[in-house]
Design a protein around this ligand. Structure first.
Ligand SMILES: Nc1ncnc2c1ncn2[C@@H]1O[C@H](COP(=O)(O)OP(=O)(O)OP(=O)(O)O)[C@@H](O)[C@H]1O
Ligand SMILES: [Mg+2]
Length: 376
């Protein structure tokens, strides 16, 4: 699908000089990630990537979520670009889902001329601020898909009376866009667009598959779940538990600092290790909570649209928790895989294992960078 259509606040393209290296930036709650890629004779090459924890820039520990201000983010980006040897300053930045809105809504089928007004009116029900304060874009879910899969029988009867169409609506508050523009300017970035992180995650995690797939981004603050069907976002759902909550729980149960708990979490994970702290009993209930919600959203989707969700792709730093996929597999029937976004790009063979391990964290940064190249 044409993502630029879904997200209309792309800067007017400048005339491209040579399509050199580009970057994608993901400013997460607990860490900022960057990926630099380029095309060479039609091949996508990974040039560099890197990540820096946000916590220490606001006097918190590594892994702790914090909303840094513009100045702190710019300092962090400076350090990140230097340490990761990022040479390009052309690219794009992902906007966190928590600062945006992504929703599928049904509106009466009207003429193309009237549709913008109808969508804008309906969107007011979902957008908690005056509609004039947001950048709003929307995309009609193709009728063909609607007819084939998305209208349940009861609603189908209703649609005989009033024909409805489903519309995917994306909104970002103008203040958020302004803040990101200020960050880009202060960091001397030539940003081509801003897009909601969900779209970056989809671009790098999903191929061209048409079957319904769930992407679960286990971030520090929250877990963000997206169901994509026929390549289109059908469900965007946020679960209010994140990987940071796991560290906090470990810190409490073991009576250690957050920093120490973070270290133990990363080292031990959910594995049983002789002579090590055993944190699974503390962590498992949180994993169960997250995946029971994931399961519910999938079941609701399958019931509503009579369409099977064929797999769950895990991304985000939280998915690196050792043993998580194995535990999660026991909690949901839908097959679970770890995202492998770096599979889309070429890199030196000696990096294969490292990239597979780090991949899930960089899904958004890479996805955003891919669009910068695609737009060429
Ligand atoms: N090797 C690891 N093992 C276990 N947990 C890890 C590992 N690496 C990172 N994490 C956890 O992942 C979380 C960070 O994930 P991620 O970088 O996706 O979050 P974020 O993008 O900063 O947050 P958000 O998406 O909520 O804004 C942290 O809570 C961290 O503890
Ligand atoms: Mg994130």
């Amino acid at each position: 699908m044409d993502w630029s259509r879904v997200l209309g606040w792309i800067k007017k393209p400048k005339l491209w000089q040579t399509p050199g290296s580009v970057i994608g930036v993901d400013i997460g709650f607990s860490s900022v990630k960057v990926v630099q890629i380029k095309t060479e004779q039609g091949r996508l090459i990974l040039e560099t990537y890197g990540e820096i924890a946000t916590g220490p820039y606001g006097d918190l520990a590594v892994g702790q979520a914090i909303n840094l201000n513009t100045e702190q983010i710019v300092t962090l980006l400076d350090d990140l670009f230097r340490e990761a040897n990022v040479t390009s300053r052309t690219g794009a930045i992902a906007i966190p889902l928590r600062s945006s809105l992504l929703v599928t809504m049904e509106v009466p089928e009207v003429s193309n001329k009237e549709l913008p007004q109808v969508v804008s009116l309906e969107a007011r029900k979902y957008v908690p601020v005056p509609i004039s304060e947001v950048a709003l874009d929307w995309w009609v879910i193709p009728k063909k898909i609607d007819e084939e899969i998305t209208i349940p029988t009861r609603e189908r009867e209703n649609t005989l009376k009033t024909k409805m169409v489903e519309v995917l609506v994306a909104a970002i508050h103008n203040d958020t866009l302004k803040q990101y523009q200020a960050i880009a300017q202060a960091a001397k970035l030539d940003t081509r667009f801003f897009e909601i992180e969900t779209f970056g995650a989809i671009r790098s995690s999903l191929g061209t598959e048409l079957s319904a797939t769930a992407i679960l981004d286990l971030g520090a603050g929250t877990a963000k779940m997206t169901i994509v069907d026929y390549g289109i976002v059908r469900v965007s759902h946020t679960i209010n538990k994140g990987a940071q909550d796991i560290t906090t729980a470990v810190s409490r149960s073991l009576g250690v600092s957050f920093a120490k708990a973070e270290e133990i979490k990363r080292k031990v994970g959910l594995m049983e290790q002789v002579g090590e702290e055993h944190i699974a009993p503390t962590v498992n209930p949180m994993i169960e909570f997250i995946f029971s919600e994931v399961n519910q959203v999938i079941l609701d989707y399958q019931r509503k649209y009579s369409r099977a969700v064929n797999k769950i792709i895990l991304i985000g730093g939280g998915s690196l928790l050792a043993g998580l996929p194995e535990v999660a597999k026991g909690l949901v029937e839908t097959p679970i895989v770890l995202g492998e976004p770096f599979d889309r790009v070429e890199a030196p063979p000696f990096l294969t294992d490292v990239l597979a391990e780090a991949g899930p964290s960089f899904a958004i940064a890479l996805g955003v960078a891919l669009r910068v190249l695609n737009n060429h």
